[in-house]
Design a protein around this ligand. Structure first.
Ligand code: ADP
Ligand code: MG
Length: 239
């Protein structure tokens, strides 16, 4: 489904160049649910932005759903971003003045779908996240958890190949966070491929596999059971 190989990215600050991603390779199969963990500043968001086609790497290759992303021109890249990728952000990124319905319809406007098609698919997506009765509400009239559910509906409405979520529970209280994770698990059960960034093991344990970043490289990649076992045995040793 998704394959990156040797991804690098540096940022220029003043006259120095700071390497952020130092050769990251990852293979994600269709239907997998992967959590990315790692300290703040280790490059997780930078990596997600590359996967989400929001930014381009300096070098390395990226293939998504059979498309060689690295060789695309900007216009094609925007098309892939709209058609193949659903992105959920920590800060929701909803249009403040628009209703849930309009927020969810937006990606389909870019995709050129008819008005009736947009409406029916947006309603269906909002039902899927349990928000049918909040269709005409604006973000200010919604709780954090509800806003994130609108964002998830928006991310899914073009039936993307992959759902990317960068700290989706980071701005939520723990109850709403658990609710959102239940939602991700349900989507995973329906066959959606998911990559989710979090720094909380409680959140990551809902995934199948945990990939750990440190200083711009992947230092661990393991099934969630191994990680949980490693953590609990470490506690046993310490106590
Ligand atoms: P994480 O999500 O793991 O916390 P990030 O990918 O956001 O880490 O950031 C990694 C490093 O890259 C940080 O040191 C950050 O300051 C730097 N960085 C991120 N985006 C930019 C940018 N647009 N310009 C310059 N530096 C950046
Ligand atoms: Mg981040």
């Amino acid at each position: 489904m998704l394959h990156v190989e040797g991804l690098t990215k540096s940022y220029k600050t003043g006259d120095s160049t700071l390497p952020i991603l130092k050769g990251v390779s990852l293979l994600v199969e269709q239907g997998e649910f992967v959590a990315i963990m790692g300290p703040s500043g280790s490059g997780k968001s930078t990596f997600m932005n590359m996967l989400g086609c929001l930014d381009r790497p300096d070098s390395g290759t990226y293939t998504l759903d059979g498309i060689e992303i690295s060789s695309l021109k900007d216009k094609q890249l925007a098309h892939v971003r709209n058609q193949k990728i659903g992105f959920v952000f920590q800060s929701f990124n909803l249009l403040a003045r628009s209703t849930s319905l309009h927020n969810v319809e937006l990606p389909m406007m870019y995709a050129g779908l008819s008005r009736t098609e947009r409406r029916s698919r947006a309603v269906e997506a909002l039902k899927r996240v349990g928000l049918a009765e909040r269709m005409h509400h604006k973000p200010t009239q919604l709780s954090g958890g509800q806003k994130q559910r609108v964002a998830i509906a928006r991310a899914l409405v073009n039936r993307p190949a992959i759902l990317l979520a960068d700290e989706p529970t980071g701005n939520l209280d723990s109850r709403s966070g658990t609710e959102i994770m239940a939602m991700f698990q349900e989507l995973h059960g329906q066959g959606v491929t998911i990559i989710l960034v979090t720094h909380e093991l409680d959140i990551a344990q809902h995934a199948q596999r945990i990939v750990t970043f440190k200083d711009g490289v992947i230092i661990r990649d393991e099934p969630v059971e191994d990680r949980l076992f490693a953590t609990s045995s470490a506690e046993v040793i310490v106590t």
